[in-house]
Ligand binder design. Structure first.
Ligand SMILES: Nc1ncnc2c1ncn2[C@@H]1O[C@H](COP(=O)(O)OP(=O)(O)OP(=O)(O)O)[C@@H](O)[C@H]1O
Ligand SMILES: C=C(C)CCOP(=O)(O)O
Length: 289
């Protein structure tokens, strides 16, 4: 199972470098509960792997990363910083430093609840330059596969990356798309219940859409009209729900179902436990055969 928890959940997005203790506690305890014992401290290696899943974790940056990226005018992939100047590489370094603080903190909380988590920064790790995206994608996938094989839970994050001779921000949402071939279930956790007809924060009348069928080309099969806008958070540089939905549709079109649910909710817990009741409030995006 590949799970991305958004920066809107694990941080207070409008307060620079502010951690959301409550949601991180909920998340780490839920992961400890759902993950295979193979990945838990003190459990033996002969536990049946198939009873509970292996998990790959990705987190967004929220107020660790986006604020700094914005200060340095860094753009989200696939746009790069065309106006490369002496500040751009400082922006890359400072943004990376900020998001790694969050990664360290999440890894620490996972270890504290007994999950053998290891932080992996995708850029300069497996992925060195965004313009060689496809070449490095398989390298990144190999690193994740080896980590899982060793009984460790990889914890990746959206990152600041070289992009040709310049730099750009790789969203955790795009990263999920890059790694999705490793998983048969993909879950995005964010700060709203799922995909709504339009942004529920600006349109309280908007309804949550329970299922979004797509075809193998990524076209919506139903007649839903979805206004997925850029993030409602003013500091976001990677496109908010628009980026997430594009990634989710591309993954679903390849035959892997995607669920979007709200961090901290009972529904999200049910999704992560693999429960599929009528009462589960979320959006499921899947390929209609
Ligand atoms: N049609 C829509 N349905 C649901 N949310 C929407 C929609 N349009 C815009 N949004 C906004 O998208 C936000 C979620 O996107 P955002 O990028 O902030 O999520 P995240 O992945 O949790 O955070 P991050 O990008 O920092 O990792 C919601 O808070 C909501 O306000
Ligand atoms: C701003 C940085 C470093 C990463 C952005 O990732 P996202 O929050 O998943 O979009």
């Amino acid at each position: 199972m590949l799970i991305k928890i958004g920066g809107s959940s694990v941080t207070v997005k409008d307060q620079k470098e502010t951690f959301n203790e409550t949601i991180v506690k909920w998340f780490t305890e839920t992961i400890a509960d759902v993950v295979s014992p193979f990945y838990r401290i003190g459990d033996t290696h002969d536990c049946a792997l198939h009873e509970k899943p292996a998990v790959i974790l990705v987190h967004g940056a929220g107020s660790f990363g986006h604020h700094t990226a914005k200060e340095f005018h860094m753009k989200g992939y696939p746009h790069n910083n065309s106006e490369l100047n002496s500040n751009t590489m400082e922006g890359l370094a400072q943004t990376r430093f900020s998001v790694q603080k969050l990664n360290q903190r999440i890894v620490a909380e996972l270890l504290a609840v007994g999950v053998k988590a290891v932080g992996i920064s995708p850029c300069f790790g497996g992925l060195r330059n965004l313009d060689q995206f496809h070449e490095h994608q398989s390298w990144l996938i190999d690193i994740i596969r080896e980590t899982l094989g060793a009984g460790l839970v990889p914890v990746l994050h959206g990152d600041a990356c070289l992009y040709g001779s310049s730099a750009a921000i790789l969203s955790g949402d795009t990263l999920v798309e890059m790694c999705s071939s490793l998983a048969n279930q993909i879950v995005f956790l964010t700060d709203v219940d799922g995909v709504f007809q339009s942004d529920p924060k600006t349109n309280p009348a908007a309804r949550c859409i329970p299922s979004i069928p797509v075809d193998s080309e990524g076209n919506l099969v139903s007649s839903h009209v979805i206004q997925a806008t850029e993030s409602s958070h003013s500091h976001d540089v990677t496109g908010g729900l628009k980026t997430k939905l594009a990634a989710a549709i591309a993954i679903a079109a390849s035959g892997r179902p995607v669920t979007i649910a709200k961090s901290g909710s009972m529904s999200a817990q049910q999704v992560l436990r693999g429960e599929v009741g009528e009462d589960v409030r979320c959006t499921r995006i899947f390929r209609q055969e």
